[in-house]
Design a protein around this ligand. Structure first.
Ligand code: SAM
Length: 293
């Protein structure tokens, strides 16, 4: 993930602060006295939030040794985290769909990561736009992966350990996905459409609660709520989109077409009622779930 992502991901960072507060709260109120606290941050991205988490835990628990690890399958992200933390935070390059080689964690957390699926072929840019049969197949495939990730989280926590997870639930960012798809259907860009694919899955609240319990968690609390996009103007929404799509898109778009694509998105946004476009687009899911003692 690029430096651009760090600059233009304020929506991600806002919810990240809520996740950090929840983790500190769990550590202070639920885990009791300890000399050492092992915390794992899954899909840590470039690690800016992981570093903030370490600082927050250190100031809340000055007597405790905080052993924090960030895991992400993008090596560039993990290297950035390790370097920016001056080696204080460990980094692991791995997928959360494989069992983690880390055991007995006190807390496992993840922000805006667990809705990413492994790469997949599909006839639209995101599963929510697929025709019903293809969508049903995708959803059941994705639900299985989601369960695997939750099981891996459960298995790497110690008894009494707590998962504090945040990711999107059903319907997240739908206005943005539809805008991208509509723009890719225009003559100048339609040749690229088949190469654009976001392997995401936003489970329903019901599925989330069911699967957490299926993999063995107890004391499950799922707080699902919506928030507007933090970005308030067509330019800042375009920059946000650019930050998370450009590294991938630039591998197959001609540079001139890619610039035109973002200009076109921006132009369309300027003609929309921006407050309606932003409204309730983040479908946040803040979860706290415990491994039985
Ligand atoms: C939207 S970013 C979130 C980064 C960070 N947690 C934050 O809130 O800023 C999603 C991250 O998930 C990572 N990711 C996606 N699928 C993954 C997988 N299967 N295993 C590990 N990391 C994954 C990506 O590399 C990316 O860094």
């Amino acid at each position: 993930m690029s430096a651009d992502y760090e600059r233009h991901s304020s929506s991600q960072k806002t919810i990240g602060q809520t996740v950090i507060e929840s983790i500190v709260d769990v550590a202070q109120k639920e885990l009791g006295q300890f000399e050492e606290l092992k915390v794992l941050d899954l899909a840590c991205g470039p690690g800016n939030l992981t570093i903030e988490l370490k600082q927050a835990l250190k100031s809340a628990l000055p007597q405790t040794l905080i052993e924090l690890t960030g895991l992400d399958y993008t090596e560039e992200n993990v290297n950035r985290l390790v370097n920016n933390s001056n080696g204080e935070i460990q980094g692991v390059v791995a997928s959360f769909y494989d069992p983690f080689k880390l055991e007995s964690q006190d807390i496992i957390t993840s922000n805006e990561g667990l809705h990413w699926q492994p790469p997949s072929e599909m006839s639209e840019i995101i599963y929510s736009q697929l025709p019903p049969e293809e969508r049903e197949r995708y959803e059941s495939w994705a639900l299985n992966h989601f369960k695997t990730a939750l099981k891996n989280v459960h298995n790497s926590l110690k008894k009494g350990g707590v998962a504090v997870l945040q990711f999107g639930h059903e319907g997240q960012l739908q206005n943005l996905w539809d805008l991208i798809r509509d723009t890719l259907c225009e003559a100048q860009f339609e040749g690229y459409k088949s190469q654009v694919n976001f392997p995401l899955y936003y489970p329903t609240e019901k599925n989330i609660e069911f699967l957490l319990s299926e993999v063995g968690f107890t004391k499950i609390k799922v707080d699902a709520f919506n928030q507007d996009l933090t970005e308030e103007t067509s330019e800042s929404i375009t920059e946000f989109l650019e930050a998370f799509t450009k590294p991938g898109f630039s591998t197959f778009f001609k540079p001139g077409d890619l610039n035109d694509f973002y200009s076109r998105i921006n132009a369309k946004l300027t003609r929309l009622k921006i407050d309606d476009f932003r409204k309730d687009q983040w479908h946040r899911t803040l979860i706290k779930a415990t491994v039985a003692r």
